[in-house]
Design a protein around this ligand. Structure first.
Ligand code: MEZ
Length: 531
């Protein structure tokens, strides 16, 4: 139930809305943004990071929770693993059953390769499924990939790897057509033209959506395609260590059945890591919008085998996670709510920022409002600011919410909150891993025959990602990895399989004086132990 403070504040929001007295603050200047980020964004809290003592990124800082996993013990003792007993023998092994993994599998299959997906949960249990607001592509007359590039490059603080971002924006229109042809039900107008909207930091309306379950619709389609093609999917089986061959090239993975803990060996000519993000590590104690399996496994697997990370110190806190009621704490409230006209309002009923600043700036602005400025709304369990959803229908007409963001309406409706009539409370939630494994434009890491796609990649977006560029990157880079890994597999002759890199890593650990009981990859979060 709402507290008196919440009710009093809500009255102010309603009064300001009714009097048409809510002003739209101007966008911040570059200097204002820099100061805001440095003071309030979680990425800038130096005490929350640790310097890596071993591995390819030795000397660089990453979040403390990630450092613990990257420098932890392997789940396997190489001496106990029989690499001569091969359970699966494939051309392309895809680790991860989300949108990137499924896209890679489809293209590898198209290319005539024997592909196999292995996933610790089920195909589709992934962050792709949780994405709501849409997917970007510059396919309208007033837009171009070059404009898309400039928006994303600026939004990512000019840090994106140019060749990766170039690929992302140039292949975006084709990615939309590919999905449309596979059967994704994009929102279209009465003439069959795709409806596009703005996202934070976009200078053109290029967000294509399937209402506010865009990711679920895309994942449904990709999963059906994988199943229809008969591509093997090994569910409830985690990759717990990469296997290299005697020449140091990727050659498969040690797998573990999640239920029986049986160990299985997959030999592969090429391997694609598509394991997704890290929200379930709850960096800095933040709640998360992420899927249950998002525990940075791919980063750990790759790092222990010698792959390099890029920008592993930068995370995305989605500005609008649900702050109330407690049952949905941290769940995603799609940016599309703001694209459609809802404004962010403080405890006094005032709009305190432009609603479509980039995500890092928006999150920092909300944190400032709730901390130093003392303008947050206290809930029984935390704090937040209002997102004034009734404004959407004032701007776009009655019925818009049900038609365009029905999932939001249903999520809050379950708790007796009608978002057409009442504003909702939001606070930043851990949403996306901006950094990850470093790849070249063909999708390969510094380890030959080891490819990466999706959220486990670092550098596509720089140090902050724009809305809708993640659903796009899983398609563009998933397909890219599938095509390239399958082509490459045709020329691969595998040497003898080895886990020597695991022994080497353990030696480095000992030499650096790292003593830890932690084993990684983590695979699943352990909420039983959380305070
Ligand atoms: O790209 C995203 O993270 C996304 C579409 C999220 C959202 O707000 O809906």
């Amino acid at each position: 139930m709402y507290t008196n403070e919440m009710l009093e504040s809500m009255k102010k929001v309603e009064a300001a809305r009714s009097a048409n007295a809510v002003l739209e603050p101007r966008r911040m200047t570059a200097e204002e943004k820099e100061t805001l980020l440095a003071t309030y964004h979680p990425d800038y809290k130096q005490g929350e990071f640790a310097v890596l003592q071993i591995g390819a990124n030795k000397g660089e800082k990453v979040p403390t929770e990630l450092a613990e996993l990257l420098q932890a013990n392997s789940r396997v003792n190489p001496a106990e693993i029989d690499l001569s007993k091969v359970d699966y023998d494939v051309d392309v092994l895809i680790i991860g059953g989300g949108g990137a993994g499924a896209s890679a599998a489809i293209e590898a299959d198209n290319n005539g390769a024997k592909a196999m997906i292995v996933t610790k949960l089920r195909i589709g249990d992934a962050n792709t499924m949780m994405a709501e607001g849409g997917i970007q592509a510059a396919d309208k007359e007033n837009d171009s990939p070059a404009i898309h590039y400039l928006d994303a490059f600026g939004g990512g603080h000019f840090a994106a790897k140019p060749e990766l971002l170039y690929k992302l924006v140039n292949e975006a229109p084709e990615a939309i057509q590919w999905l449309n042809n596979l059967g994704v039900e994009f929102d279209k107008d009465e003439n069959g033209v795709m409806i596009t909207t703005h996202g934070g930091g976009t200078s053109r309306k290029r967000m294509h959506a399937a209402k506010d379950y865009s990711g679920a619709e895309i994942m449904r389609t990709l999963r059906d395609e994988v199943w229809n093609r008969g591509i093997p999917v090994v569910d409830f089986t985690a990759a717990i260590e990469l296997i290299l061959d005697e020449n140091g090239k990727a050659a498969g993975a040690v797998l573990m059945n999640m239920e029986t803990h049986e160990i299985l060996i997959a030999r592969a000519k090429t391997v694609i890591i598509a394991t997704g993000g890290a929200g379930r590590l709850h960096y800095q104690g933040f709640p998360t919008s992420n899927h249950y399996g998002a525990t940075a496994d791919g980063l750990v697997l790759g790092y222990r085998a010698g792959a390099k990370l890029l920008y592993a110190d930068t995370l995305q806190y989605h500005p609008t996670g649900a702050a109330y009621p407690e049952q949905i704490f941290g769940a995603l409230v799609t940016e599309k709510v703001r694209s459609l006209g809802a404004k962010l309002i403080n405890v006094n009923g005032e709009a305190f920022m432009h609603p479509l600043e980039t995500r890092d700036v928006s999150a920092a602005s909300i944190i400032r409002e709730c901390s130093d400025r003392g303008n947050g709304v206290h809930t029984p369990d935390g704090i937040g600011v209002w997102l004034d959803t009734p404004m959407i229908e004032l701007k776009n007409g009655e019925g818009t919410i049900e038609k365009r963001i029905p999932a939001m309406m249903r999520m809050f409706g379950k708790y007796g909150i009608d978002i057409r009539k009442e504003p909702i409370l939001v606070y930043p939630t851990l949403h996306y891993q901006n950094g990850g494994l470093d790849i070249t434009a063909d999708g390969m890491t510094n380890i030959e025959n080891l490819y990466v796609a999706g959220e486990a990649v670092g550098g596509i977006h720089g140090r902050n990602r724009l809305m809708g560029n993640s659903l796009l990157d899983i398609i563009v880079f998933g397909r890219n990895a599938g095509k390239n890994a399958s082509s490459k597999s045709k020329d691969v002759t595998l040497g003898a399989l080895t886990l020597e890199h695991v022994n080497k890593f353990a030696k480095e650990q000992a030499e650096a004086g790292i003593k830890t009981d932690v084993v990684s990859p983590k695979l699943l979060p352990n909420y039983a132990r959380r305070k």
